[in-house]
Design a protein around this ligand. Structure first.
Ligand code: HEM
Length: 492
């Protein structure tokens, strides 16, 4: 019988699919042997091969996990194809494992999209090991609590500039948030202050974020893990779109890493004015080292200085804006507090922070209401036993920030934006601060949290002191209705 094109295609697909199925089975059998009779944490019953993947809301997985939490408890075991996942829904379990046993809970999982999309150029996705340690040390020297105080005058100035830009171009608010957040990190990392509009480096950052975030979804990670050859097929071949997207994202990532780095090198060579930044400091220090350490140091410095993490700050400012537009009574009460404490003649400064508890409560509620990383992925570097359950080596585990922030006992009506939940009846702040979980836990806890928190506070306080938050109007002066939606990806 002649072999048709259709049957040849079927045969071509059958081989990789069979290899993948055999590999999944082999790994599942090996894991079962390693358990030595101990049970896995409870979770929904997986179907053969597919596991629980069909029951998961892939756009908002935390919604399904939260439903399963009610049914199976705080420590959940879920299987998505061959990927085993432990979901930690409570802060106490996250502290117990990620902080007290941080030696084995600090790795990042293998996510097949990270390197092809260029996300591997930021050390946030690096595997736990020497490269990560060096990046983290470089980063920490600049951004640790005391060192980050140096940035405050710049953060204050940049926040005020952002408000001026918003008054000029209110419809471009998302861009102004991004410029502000990037300016803070770029100043510290490269001594580079972006222009208020159309800055070329902010453009590179935003282009990378758009290319990587819209593309790096969980489905694509699974697809690439199962069929890595998709990255090698010719551009004209059906199904090559993932490869082309990855290439675009990776090209932006290289520009994001190299362009500001070259800017610092040029400044150091040519400028008569001394430049001081994280990058220039380490370029100077590394002169005393020889190859190959110098080359490892340069790579770590480039990965540590990639400023893409500014998106956390700008994303939270978007959430803040949404909350203000939906809850005008909140910004009105905050304005009344600011006017009463500061009077009408000056803008908020950092020293005013303790005197503005309602503004602080708004910041806390913003980070709680819509956590910027609903699921934070970690991986175990060896197996463990927790609460008499077997936790396998090398599996994905994730603290579900979203479940912590929606714990009904701690936050009644958690879907609503209610800053008052952080205030006592006397109007002072309670001890509950979401910063205890929104920045992660243990050795991978956000190292930019001090700078990030200071950026958020000064920008929110300055906006509340100067702006009103209303719906846009159409040509007839009527409110333009809108339906808020979050993009899904590694962050929101
Ligand atoms: C202001 C809002 C911010 C929030 C809510 C936030 C949150 C987080 C979270 C949840 C993680 C993962 C922690 C874990 O794996 O357990 C993280 C990691 C990280 N953040 Fe932040 N972040 C913020 C701002 C920033 C800023 C402004 C910077 C840069 C100056 C930054 C730099 C980083 C880096 C480099 C990592 C990776 C750390 C590692 O893997 O070792 N973050 N952040």
């Amino acid at each position: 019988m002649p072999i048709t094109i259709a049957s040849a295609t079927c045969l071509t697909l059958l081989v990789p699919v069979s290899v993948v199925i055999l590999d999944i089975l082999r790994r599942l059998v090996r894991r079962r042997r390693e358990r030595k009779g101990l049970p896995l944490p409870p979770g929904p019953t997986p179907v053969p091969l597919l596991g629980n993947v069909l029951s998961l809301d892939t756009d908002a997985p935390w919604k399904t996990y939260t439903e399963w939490q009610t049914k199976y408890g705080d420590v959940l075991y879920v299987r998505l194809l061959d990927e085993e996942v432990i979901v930690l829904n409570s802060q106490s379990d996250a502290v117990e494992l990620l902080e007290k046993r941080s030696k084995i809970y600090s790795d990042r999982p293998f996510i097949a999209t990270i390197d092809p999309y260029g996300l591997g150029y930021t050390f946030g996705f690096a595997r736990y090991g020497d490269h990560w340690r060096l990046c983290r040390r470089i980063f920490h020297q600049t951004f640790r609590a005391n060192a980050a105080l140096v940035f405050r005058p710049m953060q204050l100035r940049t926040a005020r500039q952002m408000v001026v830009n918003m008054i000029d171009q209110p419809d471009q608010y998302a861009f102004h948030y991004s410029t502000f957040a990037a300016a803070v990190v770029m100043s510290a990392a490269y001594d580079y202050e972006p222009g208020p509009r159309d800055d070329p480096i902010v453009h590179i950052l935003d282009s990378f974020l758009r290319a990587s975030m819209s593309a790096a979804t969980a489905e694509k990670a699974v697809l690439l893990k199962m069929f890595p050859f998709l990255l090698r097929i010719p551009d004209w071949f059906p199904g090559s779109s993932i490869k082309r997207e990855a290439r675009t994202s990776s090209e932006w990532a290289v520009k994001m890493m190299e362009t500001p780095y070259k800017y610092v090198q040029k400044q150091m060579e040519s400028s008569r004015d001394p430049t001081f930044s994280m990058v220039s400091d380490h370029i100077t220090r590394m002169r005393k080292y020889d190859e190959p350490y110098c080359s490892a140091y340069t790579t770590a410095l480039k990965h540590a200085s990639v400023t893409a993490f500014h998106w956390y700050t700008s994303s939270l400012l978007m959430t803040f804006t949404l909350a203000m537009v939906e809850n005008p009574h909140v910004w009105k009460r905050a304005q009344a507090e600011i006017d009463a404490v500061l009077g009408m003649n000056r803008l908020p400064e950092y020293d005013d922070r303790p005197s503005l508890p309602y503004v602080e409560a708004i910041l806390r509620e913003t980070t709680r209401w819509q956590p910027v990383t609903p699921l934070v992925p970690h991986a175990t570097s060896s197996s463990d036993i927790y609460k008499s359950f077997h936790i396998p080596k090398g599996i994905f585990h994730s603290q579900l920030c979203r479940a912590m922030s929606r714990n009904e006992a701690r936050y009644p009506n958690g879907d609503q934006f209610i800053p008052e939940r952080f205030l006592t009846v006397e109007g002072t702040l309670t001890d509950d601060d979401p910063a205890e979980y929104v920045f992660g836990f243990g050795r991978r806890i956000c190292p930019g949290r001090h700078a990030g928190d200071a950026s958020l506070w000064i920008s929110i306080a300055t906006m509340l002191a100067t702006l009103e938050f209303n719906l846009a109007k159409d040509a007839e002066g009527k409110d333009v209705a809108f339906k808020p939606a979050y993009a899904s990806g590694l962050t929101r």
